[in-house]
Design a protein around this ligand. Structure first.
Ligand code: HEM
Length: 310
């Protein structure tokens, strides 16, 4: 299904809309998107109750993997595709998502990922099938990656109370006692959260490998690498969104989405650890996936302490 879309030919529409050739997504579009993201983030907090084991006090322990995957799928459908997935359409969304996962799994198992990303249409034209593939690429890159980033960010914050408190402190400075939704400006003020997200992407890069096949021979630091050689990135690199002409065109969107989700959740819940870093067992996939659930406990008390007038 993802077909030729995964070669990562830069999406013509998005690239044309961009003033910054590296951003891919225009700032004004992001401003509009941020409102949609915020709505979805508020819904995410509400959905938590339905998602896990609720205690008498209303605290919830939930596997954040499916929860965040649904959240980012809704967000990308509504922002990039202009399609709102309501409850009736949820199943269609899930079927679509499962199909994307199957393609991803096949590509990893067959080793065809590198062949896919190296293949490019020669004349640059795009027909209906091409558009479908671009949409699938965008949907895949746009939801599973960000969900994965959020999964390990929430787990990490749950496991480090001191850092979580600093995040809450920043949110208090921005919002005071207000329960108003976050604006684009608010998201811009979340400097500490920005650092937490970046650190989490360093520790748990959602795209754990980036590979290329050389079209021609290259000499690097005196070493000759022959054409057709497959190259991966160095293990200690920090390039969560890749770099160069084929880098991630959704990185600004992804940072906004992650800030919106984490701020919305931390304004309502205190996170407490269940799954810890030492419990993780990564499995082979296009994104950094744990072999099992990633559980986080959401404690409601903080909500009342934080917003005294609620
Ligand atoms: C934390 C979230 C994200 C991470 C870590 C991430 C990471 C990456 C990486 C590493 C690549 C390069 C892959 C390669 O060259 O093999 C990439 C490409 C891409 N990403 Fe993202 N991404 C994220 C979110 C998004 C979002 C939200 C969107 C869409 C709104 C998106 C759209 C794309 C597209 C279309 C490409 C292909 C670009 C091209 O080849 O020209 N990504 N991403």
């Amino acid at each position: 299904m993802a077909g030729d879309g995964l070669p990562h030919k830069r999406w013509p529409k998005m690239a044309a809309a961009s003033q910054d050739p590296d951003s891919g997504v225009h700032f004004n579009i992001l401003r509009h998107f941020s409102e949609v993201l915020e709505e979805n983030s508020l819904r995410l907090a509400d959905k938590l109750e339905a998602a896990g084991d609720v205690t008498a006090a209303g605290d919830v322990t939930a596997d954040v993997v499916p929860l965040l995957s649904e959240y980012t799928l809704h967000s990308i459908c509504e922002t990039a595709m202009g399609t709102k997935l309501d409850d009736e359409q949820k199943d269609e969304g899930r079927v679509y998502k499962e199909a994307i996962h199957k393609v991803g799994k096949f590509m990893v198992e067959s080793g065809s990922y590198v062949r896919f990303i190296n293949h490019r249409p020669k004349d640059g034209s795009i027909d209906d099938k091409g558009i479908q593939e671009e949409v699938d690429t965008f949907m895949f890159e746009g939801h599973d990656t960000t969900a994965t980033g959020l999964v390990y960010l929430l787990m990490s914050l749950a496991c480090d109370k001191m850092i979580q408190d600093k995040v809450v402190e920043e949110l208090k400075e921005i919002f005071g006692d207000s329960t108003r939704p976050a604006t684009m400006q608010d998201l811009g003020k979340m400097k500490y959260i920005d650092c937490c997200i970046k650190e989490s992407l360093r520790l748990y890069p959602p795209v754990p490998f980036i590979a290329r096949i050389l079209n021609e021979e290259v000499v690097l630091s005196g070493y000759t690498i022959p054409a057709q050689e497959q190259c991966g990135q160095a293990p200690l690199r920090y390039i969560p969104f890749s770099a160069g002409p084929r880098n991630c065109i959704g990185q600004k969107f992804a940072m906004l989405e992650m800030k919106s989700a984490v701020s919305s959740l931390l304004r309502k819940f205190e996170l407490q650890p269940v799954t810890r870093p030492e419990d993780l067992e990564f499995i082979s996939d296009l994104v950094l996936r744990n072999n099992g659930p990633v559980l986080v406990s959401f404690k409601k008390e903080l909500y009342n302490r934080f917003f005294s007038n609620v």
